[in-house]
Design a protein around this ligand. Sequence first.
Ligand code: HEM
Length: 509
Amino acid sequence: MISAVTFLITLPFIILYLVSNAYKRPPNFPPGPPSLPVYGAYWIILAHSFNNLADAFLKLGRRYKTGMVGCYLAAFPAVVVNDPALVKEMLNREELDGRMDILLGRLRSWWKKLGIFFVDGFFWHVQRRFSLRYMRDFGFGRRCPRLEAVLEQQARDMVDMRISGPKYPAEEELVKGDLIHLPHFFAAPFINGMLHVFGGTTLPRSDYHELWTLARGALLFQRSSDDLGRALCLTPWIKDLFPGWSGYNDLRKGNFYLQDYFSKFVNEALETHEEGHDRHFVDMYLTKMKEEMREKGKTTYSVDQLVMTCVDYTFPAASAVEQVLSFMVERLLLQPEVQEKVHEEIDRVVGRARPPSLDDRKNMPYTEACIREVMRCESIVPLGIPHRAMLDTQLGQYDIPEGTLVAANYVALHMDKEIWGDPENFRPERFIQDGQLKPSLDKSLPFGAGRRLCAGETYARQSMFQVFAAFMQAFHVSAADGWTPRPAPRLPGIITSIPDYWVRVTPRV
Ligand code: HEM
């Protein structure tokens, strides 16, 4: 009886507290949905589009008549920018270059803040600059005949897996008769290219199973989260209560393959490392680390950071690029006329007697435009990698307090009617003018912009061209029995829709 009375007395206060909390927000913050208990507005976001957060923020933007949606995700303020002009501005603002310190970042790296993706400030600046500067010496991010020759050989091995059939047991999981399994059929060239940059080596075809393990790990990691890190990042304590359901176990498992692989890779290099005799990027890093320790007694360079640098560059090389090509193949099945045009261009520019090379890229605007258009139609990082405001600042007409999560909605940019006219159509021709690629920057900014611009943009664009052109030179693709296209409207930006399917490929005669 007493407890019922106590409850009735406190109930109005609880309701008052919840209501005032629901609408509490920083002064002059962008409009958006109210906060509900525990997860804040995340409930409402999921209710708008459960598996597609970019779409949910588009709907919320329309509902609140705003180009920037502001809300609370659990305890921290968040802003998602839908307006294309503000997306560009946001990406180019230095004070918005921070990253959130979230569980997803820490669980990858022994609970420390390491790597490139999830670090910021001085540490990020030094480590990103060093890696880009010295990986460049081994061909990364520029034209480099040695690296291009590696990619060419790798693409040839990939094609041969289908032409001559599987040679090793692991290949049987990806090639069955005239069927190949995507996305991992494409994985080996991209990852081996990175191993060449880090360690001047590539794994032979007999060891490709190790590369596919990395690709499977990266995919598992991606599928176990969403653009905002799911409930796990908003309330990290659920990892102890629901390690399976929250995605925590799979994130750890997916990350383990990459982390374990590169821990061994770096330790082997360390054992044989001689200062003054740098064989590859990993050696250069170790030399710099020892030098700084000797001269300054402290350094941001460390063995763990080197491992995580390799992990961070390999993760997208083992996932994003193979996924773009798998979306591409799906488009060829949906629009056979696109396949005909790619074949026509390859036959005209390259012929069949030699493999395509990066020199051909400038003469193959249609093939290149297909890659651009598929990245526009299928935003593989729909909300990018969220940034963090490092100072109190302003964006558009609103104030953004320090510590706010700020994310660019790439789907809003990719599907903007004013920019594209008919964004819902897959139409590579939109990137071509007078038989050439349009000189203007790729307006869909698939790799972001500003100082946080994708560190692998050039490698991604070059390697995707080499692998896709070699694949299309060799094969005609058609649907496997039972394949059904994803139902229309094909909403871009659904992380769970990463392609995973069998496709029939027949050698071209
Ligand atoms: C088609 C494939 C790819 C797409 C669409 C893509 C897109 C992106 C985007 C949107 C970002 C976040 C930018 C931001 O924070 O504002 C990013 C970051 C990054 N990407 Fe890529 N990426 C791709 C492939 C690659 C590849 C192949 C590599 C490495 C070889 C790579 C390495 C990185 C790294 C290291 C970062 C973190 C940069 C930083 O935080 O400073 N990416 N990428």
